[in-house]
Structures are given as C-alpha cells and as structure tokens.
Design a protein around this ligand. Structure first.
Ligand SMILES: [Mg+2]
Length: 262
C-alpha cells in the first residue's frame, strides 16, 4: 500500500470507529502518550495527548484506559488522570476501576496466593534477614540483607515448599528476590477484560512495545490497532511517535463529537 493509501485507510477506519455506540480507547503510556525519558517517574504524557485523553474520557459512551507494564501506583503517578480513566498496571495484573484498585484474581488464584503467603512466611521465619514482600498477584522472598548461604538455602526451601503446596504458580527470579505469582497476565488479557467491563462495541488500542502485541492480537473486526514507531506488528495502522498519537486522538475526539455520539 502506498503512504497515501495507508493514510486514507487509517482515516476511514478512524471515522468508522468514532461512530461506534460505546468506544473504548485503551492506551499504553510510555512511548505512546509520553516520550521516553531517563527517569521513569518523570515521564508525562505530551500536553496535546493529555488534552485529548481528558476530552475523550469526558464524552458519553466513551471509556478511556491506560494500559501499562508499570505498577498501578507508578502509572497513577505519571498518568495524572481522573478516576473516570481506567488504569491497568503490571501488564494486566492490577486494575483501577472507578477509582478503586483491584487485582483481578479469581477465587482459586486468591486461595493460591494465600498459600504462597503462608509458605513464604514460614521460610522467611527460619532464616536471618529474609523478608516477604506483598505483590499484587503473589508474594516475593527478599534476601538482599542475607548471607549467600542463607539466600541459596531459603530460595531452595521456598521453591520446594511452594511446589509441594500448590500448583499454577509462576516463579520469577531477580536480583536478591524470588517472586511467586498466581498470574502472568498480558495486555491481551487487559484488552479483553476492559472490553467486558466497559461493554465496548469497538476498541482502539495503541502501543509501541513488544508487550503491546498481545493487545493487538486481542482486537477483532471493527477495532483499531495502532502501532507507535518501528518494528513488526499485528496492528493494522501505524504512526511515528507520541506527537502523532496525540494528533490522532484529537481527531478521534473531534470526529466523535461531530458524529452525534457526544
Ligand atoms: Mg510503551
């Protein structure tokens, strides 16, 4: 497709999605609304992008969500959006809906999480300087202050006890930390759940990173996938960077306002 034809196809699709009865606009944050910065806590959406997000969020029959790999707390800090904007943190593990935070765990997952908690508390209690940290979908064993022998023994014991006590646990090992999680969610899970929460009849999802591809593959006919920047993608449309995302969101708000949906 020529550049001109691609642009026309994107404009047509945007015009179409603007008329959907209930629109969900789900947006990655870093690299999509915000340019990449050295200090993650200082990232902010471009002013034009923020304006468009707030305008869309205030429209009837229109939901806006930020969907990020950041923790919910970090996303709330940098996003600076009202409670009417849904937030999804940790790639779909944590949700803020109508201002209330929630980890979308099933009853089985909650029970497994409690088992992990109990087992790790027992393990940590048997060693010096080993601590348990609460995570949205699990618990982590911290050994930064422990000596090397205790670290190795505590981690091995935790692995054995968790494995023998329950199933369906994902283990993630980091520097001086061993995390056990009942959920390995993706942005695809987030898009599906947000579609269901909001009752959206069409979804626009935009993102710049590899993890956003799960979001694109959760889209169907009538949705709008927007890849930001270079790289392989399952998205139907592409723009160069955050300034172009801001422009497109502004166009979308304008179209939706004039097509009688707001
Ligand atoms: Mg990103």
């Amino acid at each position: 497709m020529s550049d001109q034809a691609a642009e026309t196809a994107m404009a047509d699709a945007l015009g179409l999605i603007a008329t959907t009865p209930h629109l969900l606009v789900a947006l990655d944050f870093d690299g999509t609304l915000s340019p990449t910065v050295d200090r993650p806590q200082e990232a902010r959406a471009l002013p034009d992008a923020q304006d468009a997000v707030l305008r869309l969020a205030a429209m009837p029959h229109t939901s806006v969500a930020l969907v990020s790999g950041r923790s919910l707390e970090s996303l709330a800090h940098v996003g600076q959006v009202p409670d009417s904007v849904l937030l999804v943190g940790s790639h779909g593990v944590e949700y803020r809906v109508d201002g209330a935070s929630d980890v979308a765990l099933t009853d089985d997952e909650k029970a497994t999480r409690e088992t992990i908690h109990r087992v790790l508390d027992e393990v940590a209690g048997s060693f010096e300087n080993v601590h348990v940290e609460e995570k949205p979908a699990g618990f982590a064993l911290h050994t930064r202050l422990a000596n090397g022998d205790d670290t190795a023994a505590a981690e091995r014991l935790a692995q054995e006890r968790v494995a023998s006590s329950t199933t369906g646990v994902t283990e993630r090992s980091g520097k001086d930390v061993l995390e056990f999680s009942v959920r390995s969610a993706t942005k695809g899970d987030a898009v599906r759940r947000l579609r269901s929460i909001t009752g959206a009849t069409a979804v626009l999802f935009a993102g710049d990173d590899v993890t956003d591809e799960d979001g694109f593959t959760a889209l169907g006919a009538g949705d709008f996938g927007l890849k930001v920047g270079a790289g392989e993608t399952a998205a139907a449309f592409r723009v160069d960077g955050p300034p172009e995302v801001a422009h497109l969101l502004d166009d979308l708000a304008e179209l939706r306002a004039h097509l009688g949906r707001a």
